[in-house]
Design a protein around this ligand. Structure first.
Ligand SMILES: *[C@@H]1O[C@H](CO)[C@@H](O)[C@H](O)[C@H]1NC(C)=O
Ligand SMILES: *[C@@H]1O[C@H](CO)[C@@H](O)[C@H](O)[C@H]1NC(C)=O
Length: 625
């Protein structure tokens, strides 16, 4: 089995056939919470295995089973490990040692376990369980791709405690929790894929290219819609100075020993050399750079897929010429790509590969990239198998709650919590409006916005439409009824909230408004000549003796009076205004005339004496006319 516990400064040196790295490897962990027995209750850490499908963003509840035989899980289990219906799923506890971790997981899965917990056999920090390396005797390892249960490594001491509790007859219930396995700070996920164009490395290369093919559609969708930012990366090694002139470095490196890759077949004498692989990796990195600069970084997925189909090593087409054809067919500027690649024989730095070497060194929590392929999501290394669904699950767990794209909410990726009991949220079944919003991690209860109408409330027990358009939706949650050609509503558009029964009705306005019987309640049509008849929402009143019913005054009156009474007040007002207007006009005329008289008199007095004007007034322009 392979362990990854190397912990020191990253340094990759290419030596003879294989690159070797001394690197800081980060063990990715998730939580394991024991809910019973009481003595073990608590939250423990466990390490996510690098195979199977960890439930990123989710949790899983199970009951631990430690088998009586086959405790190292290296053989198939004879008796079934699956739990009985209605009980917790089985988490089988297996001892470390004697065979590959992947084989233990495969046997556990075949036996019916829902998850496998591997108990370490020595006291040490947690390690990452990995898949067997190539050429490691695991030739029939196509089962690895079929592992779909999650796996976790637990410390020796925790394993011992659980075994002890189980042997004492206790039931050990466990909650595996991956919700915080990846950071999920915002509405965009950044992820990197550390890969190689080498397609002749056996099952690992095959699974890598199969992943690219199957994930291409999702990756391009996520990127085009701005949900994700993807960057491909390529590991390179360098040739130590003393070996630069050696045949090995010459056939495996470019740019005078600066950038090397292992020989694809591990055999210098045949097939392609490491040098071919580095050059092709560089072309892929450059393709990404050029495509990214033209605003279409997602074309990388097309290029890599097409190249693997059209230019495989097996058919001797792993060449620059074949690559050029693919680039041209995708409409990307070939000259720019060639400029970026430069001359592999020159003794110069290549900026793109220098940047790749810098990026190999992890910063922060990420750890250095030492194994291929490696997927890094939100700066954390992904653990688990490279399959579309497993990776998408992990990427989806990297979004802040409610910001995940709809692709994350499809049934094969997560369960829709709103389907069961409406997630415990408020809903209006009649209007088909709900406050439940499914998210990747679970659900939230949030009053919705429906047709531009904002609902407000706590989202759990109460949501109410608000705003001026609210009556358009389900009549604002208010009572409404139609009988024949007449309809009444308790929703008033001008009111921002609430319901009120219209005149002629009485009730809470929400569930019901009852017609008021004006005749019975004696609120109208009660005069001696009146005959009252209740109608829905109103009443009818008729008068005997040829009289007319004046609704405003609620009385029966004669024909003339009816006219007066009907429009009386208006006419009266007009009349008063007319009289007042005429009076005012007459008064004005009279004043003008009086003024003119005195003016003329004053002028004339200058020329002739007037009877009743004893002397010329110097104050002709008197204010008091
Ligand atoms: C891709 O392009 C964007 C903007 O065009 C730029 O910010 C980013 O650094 C580029 N990424 C790479 C890896 O070149
Ligand atoms: C309720 O609305 C959802 C989505 O808006 C729709 O898919 C569903 O069919 C509707 N159900 C009913 C009963 O109208």
């Amino acid at each position: 089995m392979t362990m990854r516990t190397r912990q020191s400064v990253f340094w990759c040196v290419w030596v003879f056939l294989w690159g070797s790295c001394v690197a800081r490897f980060v063990v990715e962990k998730n939580n394991l919470r024991i809910t019973s027995p009481k003595s073990l209750r608590g939250i423990y850490e466990c390490a996510i295995g690098n195979f199977g499908v960890p439930k990123y963003g989710g949790t899983m509840i199970g009951s631990v089973l430690y088998p009586k035989s086959n405790q190292n899980g290296c053989k198939s289990f004879d008796s079934s490990l699956s739990s009985k219906p209605g009980t917790f799923p089985t988490f089988v506890l297996i001892d470390r040692g004697d065979c590959f971790f992947t084989l233990k997981a495969w046997n556990a899965q075949k036996g019916g376990a829902a998850a496998i917990l591997v108990a370490d056999d020595r006291i040490e920090p947690l390690i990452t369980m990995d898949t067997p390396e190539e050429g490691n005797g695991a030739s029939n390892d196509d089962y690895i791709e079929k592992i779909s249960i999650p796996s976790a490594l637990i410390s020796k001491s925790l394993g011992d405690s659980i075994k002890k509790a189980l042997s004492g007859g206790a039931m050990v219930n466990v909650n595996l929790d991956w919700r915080e396995a990846l950071p999920h700070p915002d509405e965009r996920v950044e992820y990197e894929f550390w890969t190689s164009s080498n397609d002749e490395c056996g099952p690992k290369c095959e699974s890598e290219i199969n992943f690219v093919k199957s994930f291409k559609g999702s990756a391009q969708l996520l990127e085009q819609k701005g949900y994700a930012k993807f960057t491909p990366h390529y590991i390179t090694w360098y040739c130590p100075e003393t070996f630069i002139l050696s045949q090995q470095c010459k056939s495996q490196c470019i740019n005078n020993g600066r950038y090397c890759a292992p020989d694809p077949e591990l055999d210098f004498s045949k097939g392609y050399s490491g040098r071919d692989v580095v050059v092709q990796n560089l072309r892929q990195a450059c393709f990404f750079k050029v495509a990214n600069e033209s605003g279409k970084p997602w074309q990388w997925w097309d290029y890599v897929t097409d190249f693997s189909i059209r230019c495989p090593m097996r058919q001797n087409k792993y060449t620059e010429e074949c690559s050029d054809q693919v680039i041209k067919s995708l409409g990307v500027d070939l000259k720019k790509v060639k400029d970026c690649v430069g001359d592999p024989s020159a003794n110069v730095d290549n900026p793109v590969l220098n940047a790749e070497q810098d990026a190999q060194i992890g910063n922060g929590d990420r750890g250095d990239v030492t194994i291929l392929p490696t997927l890094i999501i939100n700066n954390r290394q992904y653990r688990g198998k490279l399959s579309r669904a497993a990776v998408l699950k992990a990427i989806c767990s990297g979004f802040q709650e409610t910001t995940e794209p709809s692709i994350c909410l499809s049934p094969d990726i997560e369960t829709n919590e709103c389907l069961q009991n409406n997630g415990g949220c408020w809903q209006d079944t009649a209007a088909n409006i709900t406050a439940c919003r499914d998210t990747f991690r679970g659900r939230v209860c949030e009053c919705p916005i429906v047709q531009n109408v904002q609902f407000v409330g706590d989202g759990y027990t109460h949501c109410e439409a608000t705003g001026s358009l609210r009556c358009a939706i389900n009549n604002g949650g208010c009572w409404k009824e139609t009988q024949g050609s007449r309809s009444f509503s308790a929703c008033i558009d001008d009111h921002t909230k609430g319901c009120k029964c219209p005149p002629g009705f009485r009730g809470d306005g929400v569930h019901s408004c009852k017609d008021v019987d004006e005749c019975k309640e004696k609120t109208a049509c009660q005069c001696s000549e009146c005959q009252c008849k209740n109608t829905w929402g109103s009443y009818e009143c008729t008068c005997s003796d040829g009289l007319f019913y004046a609704r405003d005054n609620d009385m029966c009156i004669g024909k003339y009076a009816a006219t007066v009474a009907g429009g009386g007040i208006v006419w009266l007002v007009i009349l008063i205004l007319a009289v007042a207007g005429a009076g005012g006009y007459a008064f004005y005329k009279y004043r003008i005339r009086k003024y003119m008289d005195s003016e003329i008199r004053a002028i004339m007095a200058q020329y002739m004496p007037l009877d009743n004007q004893p002397e010329v007034s110097s104050q002709a322009h008197h204010e008091d006319v």
